[in-house]
Ligand binder design. Structure first.
Ligand SMILES: [Fe+2]
Length: 604
């Protein structure tokens, strides 16, 4: 029975332990303070602070808080509360709009940083932080955010006045005339996601990029010991395999993620597994799976789903989720590709913390994902709006470079797998701000795949290149970032989601920055004609915007060959040596009337 303590493979190194933490964007921390390596406002929004829950006694937040968009402040203040222990003290020093207004009112030019201009210009430059400000504060606004995040004992302070009896928390105060200062206490510990003792959210992921081994992953209390045992189906002898564990953003007291790795699998063969807790009366949790088709296998079947939501939402928007899961289960794909936007915590207030949302989604998906490996990529709802990349990625162990035969995607969140006759890229594009480093990685990855003779190349991501729905029309930045790399490397199929309807293009190439159809044949293409772009969404949850599917205009761009905005959709991709078949399946409201609405064949 072996449980190896470890940290999440993707987790950022954190400073930890009790003490005082300082965050002020990219500004340096005063000597002796814990800091996070200068995380800017975007880093705070998307990645949070690399600290365990309840790990700090005090937290000083400087004026860089004004550099965060207003609609992300709630999750940022929640993050501040997460890292503070119970009764811990937070001090916010924010540029004070009221002070600037008062100085302007009394004509006090000496108040403003800009002197060689009119007072109106100086006022404007100051409150806009020379263009860096995205939110404006005064003491009342800071108080409002602290209240909403659940802080108590909220008190406006003067410069260097603090409730900290040592006075240390006010030491970083500077520019006191320009700032408002507000302190508050964290009234309670961080609410942990689960106190379940049994393994929850059991799911399968690939342990290497060829699917030779799988990870069996689950959540369970931190101080428990588990093993994974596995055997080929219809055999009798179990073999035990070691299990690693690591904490989530809930910290050391929250449930940990456990992951056991199977032995090398025989392509296509079925296996049984059991998750077994150490102790006198183990109650194994059992499951089974089929080993993924390895490179060179004749065929592979993939399902693609995204925009799922959690079942049972108060607003009724997730009315297709269970039906989609049932259909995908019946399909029995070799792998499920996940295009992001899974739990929608921001519009589903049943889940109080990010980990509660993640755990609920994994529990919901476990009947499927404990049998079929999941290849995860993330949407905007996994990196903002109250959820962060770290909240999700810690449940999906990175592909192990040690047993891999290619270099890992260092510092990138994209990765690729070779499965059957397909090279499949899970590309990190949760928002329209595509990271150039990810694009650079994609160039190298696709070029290597073509050189290695991949028969079919598929890229999937959250953000679409072509989308015309009312909820989330495509942003040109996505097309601009990716068109060239997709075309130059002969990508056969690009899958996306985000805009809650179905749109599929003819094979396209790009001319003068715009996609152009290379044929108007409806459904049978030759490989190399261009890239087919298929946006297949939603797999269960209608849009928060408009509370419906994303409505398409009457006239679509001529590159669109097929479209549907009247149901939930998921994709089924079947690849063989000579054909790549893409099917879009639609379920009506409430999951009724399953039908194949579009079928495309690309032939070699
Ligand atoms: Fe989205």
């Amino acid at each position: 029975m072996t449980t190896l303590a470890g940290s999440a493979p993707s987790e950022t190194q954190a400073s930890s332990g009790s003490g005082c933490f300082y965050w002020n964007g990219t500004r340096s921390a005063p000597p002796g303070w814990h800091s996070s390596g200068r995380i800017d406002g975007n880093g705070l929004v998307f990645d949070g602070l690399p600290l365990p829950a309840e790990s700090m006694d005090q937290l000083y937040v400087g004026p860089a808080i004004g550099e965060i968009d207003g609609w992300n402040l709630a999750s940022v203040f929640e993050e501040f509360r997460r890292i503070l222990r119970q009764d811990g003290l937070i001090r916010i020093a924010a540029w004070d709009l009221d002070a600037a207004l008062a100085a302007r009112e009394r004509g006090d030019r000496s108040f403003f940083w800009e002197q060689d201009c009119t007072i109106e210009r100086a006022f404007e430059a100051q409150i806009l932080g020379y263009g860096s400000a995205r939110s404006l504060f005064n003491a009342a606004r800071v108080t409002e955010h602290l209240q909403q995040a659940g802080f108590t004992s909220i008190t406006e302070r003067s410069p260097h006045q603090t409730d900290d009896p040592t006075g240390r928390l006010a030491e970083p105060d500077s520019l006191g005339d320009y700032c408002c200062f507000v302190e508050a206490r964290n009234p309670s510990g961080w609410p942990l996601a689960s106190d379940r003792q049994d393994p929850s959210g059991v799911h399968l992921t690939l342990a290497d990029r060829h699917g030779r081994r799988l990870n069996v992953v689950w959540s369970a209390p931190a101080r428990t010991e588990w093993s994974l045992r596995c055997r080929p189906e219809s055999t009798t002898e179990w073999v035990d395999y070691p299990v690693r564990s690591w904490p989530t953003s809930d910290g050391p007291n929250g449930n940990h993620v456990f992951s056991g790795r199977t032995p090398e699998l025989e392509s296509g063969r079925r296996y049984d597994y059991e998750i077994v807790q150490a102790g006198p009366d183990p109650q194994p949790v059992s499951g089974s799976f089929a080993a993924p088709p390895q490179p060179g296998s004749a065929t592979v079947r993939l399902a693609f789903l995204a925009d799922t939501g959690l079942v049972g939402r108060d607003d009724g928007l997730s009315d297709g989720t269970l039906a989609v899961l049932g259909e995908v289960t019946r399909l029995e794909p070799d792998l499920i590709l996940g295009g992001g936007d899974y739990a929608y915590r921001s519009s589903d207030d049943r889940r109080l913390t990010p980990q509660q949302a993640v755990n609920s989604w994994l529990d919901q998906m476990s009947p499927v994902l404990s049998r079929i490996p999941f290849v995860a990529q993330y949407g905007n709802h996994e990196v903002e709006l109250g959820e962060r990349y770290r909240d999700w990625s810690t449940h999906f162990p990175e592909i192990d470079p040690v047993i891999d035969d290619s270099p890992p995607s260092v510092s990138c969140r994209s990765y690729s797998i070779d499965i059957g006759p397909c090279h499949v890229v899970a590309f990190y594009a949760p928002t329209a701000a595509i990271d150039p480093a990810e694009v650079s990685w994609l160039w190298n990855d696709l070029a290597a795949a073509r050189s290695a003779g991949a028969r079919w190349v598929i890229v999937f991501q959250h953000q679409p290149l072509v989308a015309h729905g009312r909820s989330h029309p495509a942003e040109k930045s996505v097309d601009h970032a990716l068109a060239q790399v997709l075309e130059a490397n002969g990508v056969d199929l690009h899958l996306s989601a985000h805009d809650q309807n179905y749109e599929r293009t003819y094979p396209v190439r790009w001319r003068d920055g715009a996609p152009e159809a290379m044929t108007t044949e409806q459904s049978i293409y030759r490989r190399g004609q261009g890239t087919v772009l298929a946006k297949i969404s939603p797999a269960g949850k209608r849009s928060d915007r408009g509370k419906d599917f994303s409505k398409l205009p009457d006239r679509l761009d001529p590159v669109v060959a097929a479209a549907s905005d009247s149901g939930h959709h998921f994709g089924c991709i079947t690849a063989s040596g000579n054909e790549l078949v893409i099917e879009a399946r639609r379920l009506g409201r409430g999951g009724s009337q399953t039908e194949t609405i579009d079928r495309v064949v690309i032939r070699r």
